[in-house]
Design a protein around this ligand. Structure first.
Ligand code: MTE
Ligand code: MO
Length: 308
């Protein structure tokens, strides 16, 4: 299978003529009533303006084609090209994220209210996959901390559990048993509150493509890519360490922390080097994926071999 294929425009993303006409006449009626602003948009709304973040790397970015055609999103198949081919069946509108558990103010957010929680920022981050490849991706997002502050975690909210949409009719990979669905991930509360941790809603300045986890996904740049869970519908504050889907599938291979660490090998392969997608020679993998100055203090006194 070729590595890079141009992104496809899914048939489902083209509005059928009949629906378009129907919306048009509704729009005209609404405009007369002065209600045009309340009508659903014909296309995904463009992102609000965003700021450049001081946390961005200045390394060259991977191309949009690389970022959108070489993906892991097992809900749409296990080959790297499967998400780009298959994710068009995901329905991202309307979308709500339920935030509950150990919080003073449990609440459901629609996408618009999520976008208003904090100014959006472009964050150019390295993403290091546990399989040994990496990319540099210009995300657009907001700090997860902005959302958590809104719901006010209680003193028992020591961990944060994230859940992906469960919808086998839209996510055909969920009809197979590669993982226990829905996909679940977790962070410790201080990791979740860290300024590097973002909820991404876009990349390359546009709303997130479906294969990258539309409409909202986590990005934790110092951890292996699988911690950056896609298409999130639920965020729960909990007292006990959550069990992630990958830990449940293979506890000896995928630990809760999964910090990028060249000194701790995966039981079946080395983690010392990585191949940046688009490059031929391998690079040395950096401790915490190069974010040690920012995050090493979170793990002071911990044995990172035991807590892998
Ligand atoms: N729901 C869900 N989230 C997921 C995955 C997945 O299979 N399902 N794959 C993970 C893995 S292994 C990686 S490396 C990153 C890839 O993100 P990208 O395709 O946007 O580069 O998404 C992560 N998030
Ligand atoms: Mo990954």
């Amino acid at each position: 299978m070729p590595l890079y294929r141009p992104p496809l425009i899914a048939p489902s993303e083209i509005t059928p003529e009949a629906i378009y006409q129907q919306r048009r006449s509704l729009m005209q009626g609404a405009a007369l009533a002065g209600l045009a602003a309340a009508m659903p948009p014909l296309q995904a709304a463009p992102l609000p303006t965003f700021y450049k973040s001081r946390y961005s790397t200045d390394e060259p970015r991977n191309s949009l084609t690389e970022v959108t055609s070489y993906n892991n999103f097992y809900e749409f198949g296990t080959d790297k090209g499967d998400p780009a081919d298959n994710a068009h069946t995901l329905r991202t509108e309307p979308w709500t994220v339920e935030v509950s558990g150990e919080v003073a103010k449990a609440r459901k957010f629609d996408l618009d209210s999520l976008l208003k929680l904090a100014p959006l920022e472009e964050r150019i981050y390295r993403l290091r996959c546990v399989e040994g490849w990496s990319m540099v991706i210009p995300w657009v997002g907001l700090p997860l901390a902005a959302l958590l502050k809104q719901v006010q975690p209680t003193s028992r909210g020591k961990f944060v559990e994230f859940t992906t949409l469960l919808a086998p009719e839209q996510m055909p990979g969920q009809k197979t048993r590669v993982l226990d669905w829905p996909y679940i991930e977790g962070l410790r509360i201080d990791e979740a509150m860290h300024p590097l941790t973002i909820l991404a809603v876009g990349l390359y300045g546009k709303p997130l493509p479906k294969q990258n986890g539309a409409p909202i996904r986590l990005v934790v740049p110092w951890k292996y890519g699988f911690k950056s869970i896609k298409s999130i519908v639920r965020i729960r504050l909990v007292e006990r360490q959550p069990t992630s889907s990958w830990t449940a599938a293979a506890p000896s291979e995928y630990g809760f922390y999964s910090n990028v660490n060249p000194e701790v090998d995966h039981p079946r392969w080395s983690q010392a080097t990585e191949r940046r997608i688009g490059e031929f020679l391998k690079r040395k993998t950096l401790m915490f994926n190069g974010y040690a100055d920012e995050v090493a203090s979170l793990y002071k006194g911990m044995d990172l071999r035991r807590n892998f």
